[in-house]
Design a protein around this ligand. Structure first.
Ligand code: PLP
Length: 449
């Protein structure tokens, strides 16, 4: 379609009239009116096309408007739009089967929610009822969602305003060698010290009071810190020794993002509960859920599970999940994420890091990469202070603006930019995006000392 700035202005004015936006000062935001999207791109009404290196909020794993998924939603809409969770319905059962087939180990029962936070809420509830304990341990540098228990578990500053009455949540430090909380010099040390710290936290909190430990398998928004070898197995062992439920939050890392169906597959670790959302159907219709192991599922064989949602297992959402998971298998989309990460994105980002004084570290796997931007490579001082806003955040805001001028829609969080395109991204698209990123990084370089 030809550019139509007047239509874009009308869309924006209508938004500003009545839409109340997430995480924002309503008077300070300027939402971009979007006219359409396809594959790795979306475009505005002014004739600008953006390569979506953020996959929206890291959810469009199969890209925008995948024809098979669009057709499945249309077909299901013609057949049966909605049905209460208490009924048996073909697409819900099939979605559950396809998810259970892919989740590790005996995570074979699926409780459906509308998104990631509700999945975390229900996983925590299951763990508390299963163990009869209340405390839940989670890491700083994490995000688990915006609802009550999920926001308390969150380790990043989005928690602070909602931190009243955080019943039973205890935060600890996960491993992160580049900014090691343990002054470690290598991955083995970081792993050993992080596990000792967790072991001590458990001991001092009282193991008999801890229902669950929840971790993002690879923490996403907080910086894509791939855990060192042995760390997740060590947490699994601590949980087993103390009868603590191990929850892995794969809302962002799951369904192909890391180049496996689940990030847990990289580490050979099976949690007791696994939360998912986002990539399960690329967010075409809101969907999330909890995959539950046999032991916890059995807790609720004779005893009612005290939780539910009107739209749990919504037919349109489930139909889109079935089509998504089948398309991902047929089109080798998870394999593409693995290959393009290993052969193209990783090497190119490492080369970019060598040339730019502002790139302190590159880390990631699959289509899940972070560039840690710094004022100085030696000191590793972050390009902007932790949780910076306004003028303090100007270097990152300028960097993001430069990306957008270059036709690249970046994911930016604190002093980091994440390269998180669709799992379907092509080599040519990656090269186009990295050329724009390379150019925009000169803006960040100007802030180095
Ligand atoms: N857990 C993780 C790891 C996430 O990344 C997110 C969202 O970014 C959530 C939970 C919350 O999911 P939702 O926004 O669908 O509620």
């Amino acid at each position: 379609l030809p550019p139509d700035p007047a239509a874009g202005a009308a869309v924006k004015a209508a938004d500003r009239a009545h839409v109340f936006h997430s995480w924002s000062a309503q008077g300070l935001i300027d939402p971009l009116p979007v006219a359409g999207a396809e594959g790795s791109y979306f475009w505005d009404y002014d004739g600008n096309r953006y390569l979506d290196f953020a996959s929206q909020l890291v959810n469009t794993n199969i890209g925008h408007q995948h024809p098979k998924v669009v057709a499945a939603i249309q077909e299901q809409a013609g057949k049966l739009c909605t049905l209460a969770p208490g009924f048996a319905v073909d697409v819900r059962s099939e979605a559950a089967r396809l998810i259970a087939e892919r989740t590790p180990g005996d995570l074979d029962k699926i409780f459906f929610t509308n998104g990631g936070a509700e999945a975390v809420e229900n996983a925590v509830r299951m763990a508390r009822l299963h163990t009869g304990r209340t405390k839940v341990l989670s890491t700083y540098r994490s995000y688990h969602g915006g609802t009550a228990a999920a926001i308390h578990l969150t380790g990043d500053p989005r928690r602070w305003a909602s931190d009243t009455g955080a019943a039973g949540v205890v935060h600890f430090w996960g491993p992160f060698l580049y900014r090691s909380p343990f002054h470690a010099e290598n991955e083995a040390q970081e792993c050993e010290r992080a596990l000792a710290h967790l072991e001590q936290t458990v001991a001092f909190e009282g193991p008999q009071s801890i229902a669950a430990i929840i971790l993002e398998t690879v923490p996403g928004t907080a910086g894509i810190m791939v855990p060192p070898p042995g760390y997740l197995a060590g947490v699994r062992e601590i949980c087993d020794r103390h009868g603590i439920v191990f929850i892995l939050d794969e809302v962002m890392a799951g369904f192909g993002r890391t180049g496996h169906w689940f990030a847990a597959d990289h580490f050979g670790v099976t949690p007791d509960l696994l939360t998912f959302a986002k990539g399960v159907n690329s967010g075409y219709v809101p969907l999330g859920g909890v995959a539950i192991n046999a032991e916890i599922a059995a807790t609720f064989d004779q005893r009612p599970y005290p939780g539910g949602l009107t739209y749990s297992g919504h037919p349109l959402a489930c139909a889109s999940a079935v089509a998504t998971l089948n398309a991902m298998a047929e089109e080798r989309i998870v394999e593409n994420a693995a290959e393009i990460g290993e052969k193209v994105i990783g090497p190119a980002l490492r080369e970019i890091a060598e040339r730019h004084p502002s790139v302190g570290e590159v880390r990631g796997l699959g289509v899940f990469w972070a560039l840690d931007l710094v004022r100085n490579k030696e000191t590793r001082e972050p390009l902007v202070p932790y949780n910076a806003a306004g003028a303090d955040n100007a270097p990152m805001a300028e960097f993001a603006a430069a990306c957008k001028r270059g036709g690249l829609w970046p994911f930016v969080n604190m002093n980091r930019t994440h390269v998180v395109p669709a799992c379907t991204v092509t080599e040519a698209e990656v090269k186009e995006g990295l050329t724009a990123l390379d150019e925009a990084l000169t803006v960040a370089d100007a802030h180095t000392v």
